[in-house]
Design a binder for this molecule. Structure first.
Ligand code: UDX
Length: 443
């Protein structure tokens, strides 16, 4: 099939590369001309395991190409996937300007497409947007909504082995085309689900809101544990043994970040306000998530009696999660800024996200090695649970740090081990490990 994908962010690029890999002829259109050349060389503009290799294979096989020319892109298209960004604008509202401009483009070039093209909205959009896109396009076409559930750092696997594929359609043509397109990726317990368009749009928000809710819930319980001498690890184990509750997305920590959960919980709140049914749960989820990173930073300030002048703080992990270089709405940004404002010198290490982080917080010094970051630091703060932090050489850590103090925002280590090793160890929802003050300074 001839597929046109509009927008080459996470969703567009992964969608294009995976459909091309399945044998379709894919043209990706992006208005950012600068990107086109490097994309056609198989270079993804962000770090995503396996993506560049997958792109290169299909580019070499002439199944995948990139262009900034709409006339080229829409020529002979059977299916058009709209995958442009829908960021939150300054007013906290979902910005649909890119979607609207693509709809205008399609209206201009639709006569070039094949027969009755199928237009699929894959961007995350408030309910009703897909219909409004359809109402602005003149011509003969089918319309559908098809939300994406891929996770950064796991995108290819999430696309090619999805838990489910959700489609919102209103005619048989759309259903048939999507059945054909997704046939290689579904089956064996991975359903292809067809609903009405509004429900399909809402599935995306409900799914992300539920996942974000689980995270804020466990973080709320974690802070209760901190204040009542309980241990969140035990509580979670006991709670999640109930099959009705499940055990995924209940990892306590400094809260969620990224380009999806923060934006989508706000969009759900907006939909509630716009329809006079304020979303109280989502509002609490959002507020608690904001509070989580502030509280964690406060524990660091409390440890240093609110004066970090002359102190050097190392940060391990800057990305909003492992296996990505994405720092959008990363808790590490707020924590670093709080430490800098309190007078600290902050030195950060991240295997991938150092460049993206530095453009957000230029006052943080970047170390190119995780141990170099610790040299003569008064404490280390862990914000991202990268694999390489899971079993570090603790004797080397002890010898490098000026004081054996760890603030672990991702609960990476057992408290008992930290006690045995002689660390002052703060984590989330677990008893703090305190060692006697005289051992604190390593001059
Ligand atoms: C998310 C959804 O998982 C995905 O289905 C959707 O398509 C896009 O949004 P992503 O933002 O890539 O994907 O990251 P995810 O792995 O979901 O993590 C989101 C945030 O939640 C990260 O900051 C992560 O650190 C945090 N998190 C996740 C927790 O704090 N605890 C958990 O148990 C799980």
């Amino acid at each position: 099939m001839n597929i046109t994908v509009v927008g080459t962010g996470y969703v567009g690029l992964v969608t294009g590369a995976c459909f091309a890999n399945a044998g379709n002829k894919v043209t990706c259109l992006d208005s950012d001309s600068q990107k086109i050349e490097s994309l056609n060389r198989g270079e993804a503009p962000f770090f995503e395991p396996g993506l560049s290799e997958l792109m290169t294979r299909s580019i070499e096989a002439e199944r995948l190409q990139f262009t900034d020319n709409p006339a080229t892109a829409y020529e002979q298209a059977n299916v058009i996937f709209i995958c442009v960004g829908t960021p939150t604008d300054d007013g906290g509202k979902c910005d649909l300007s890119q979607i609207k401009s693509v709809a205008c483009d399609i209206s201009t070039y639709i006569h070039q497409c094949n027969d009755t093209p199928l237009i699929v909205v894959k961007s995350t959009v408030p309910v009703g947007t897909t219909q409004s896109v359809a109402s602005t396009i003149e011509g003969n076409f089918s319309i559908a909504n098809n939300p994406e559930f891929l996770r950064e750092g796991n995108a290819l696997d999430d696309f090619m082995r999805p838990d489910r594929v959700v489609c919102g359609v209103e005619d048989e043509h759309a259903q048939e085309v999507l059945q054909q397109l997704y046939a290689p990726f579904v089956g064996q317990g991975r359903p292809l689900l067809f609903f009405d368009i509004q429900s399909s749009e809402m599935v995306k928000y409900a799914s992300n809101a539920m996942l974000a809710c689980k995270i804020s819930f466990i973080n709320e319980i974690a802070s209760l544990c901190e204040r009542n001498g309980a241990d969140i690890d035990h509580v979670r184990t006991g709670m999640c043994a109930d099959s009705r509750i499940g055990n995924q997305f209940f990892n306590p920590g400094i809260g969620y970040g990224g380009s999806c959960f923060p934006k989508d919980t706000l969009a759900v709140m907006e939909m509630g306000e716009d329809t006079n049914a304020p979303c109280l749960v989502n509002t609490a989820v959002h507020e608690l998530n904001q509070r989580q990173r502030v509280w964690f930073a406060k524990r660091i300030l409390d440890h240093f009696e609110n004066n970090l002048t002359g102190k050097k703080i190392a940060m391990w992990g800057l990305a909003f999660k492992p296996r990505t270089d994405d720092v959008r709405d990363a808790p590490s940004i707020d924590i670093a800024k709080t430490l800098l404002d309190a007078g600290a010198e902050v030195i950060g290490f991240d295997p991938e996200a150092w460049e993206t982080f530095q453009s957000e917080v230029p006052d943080v010094t970047i170390a190119m090695d995780m141990y170099a970051a610790l040299d003569q630091a008064d404490a280390v703060v862990i914000c991202t649970e990268w694999a390489e932090f899971s079993a570090p050489d603790f004797s080397r850590v002890l010898s490098l740090l000026r004081a054996p103090v760890i603030f672990d925002g991702r609960n990476m280590y057992p408290c008992s081990e930290m006690e045995k090793l002689g660390f002052n160890y703060y984590s989330v929802g677990r008893p703090t490990v305190k060692i006697c003050p005289s051992l604190l300074i390593n001059t």
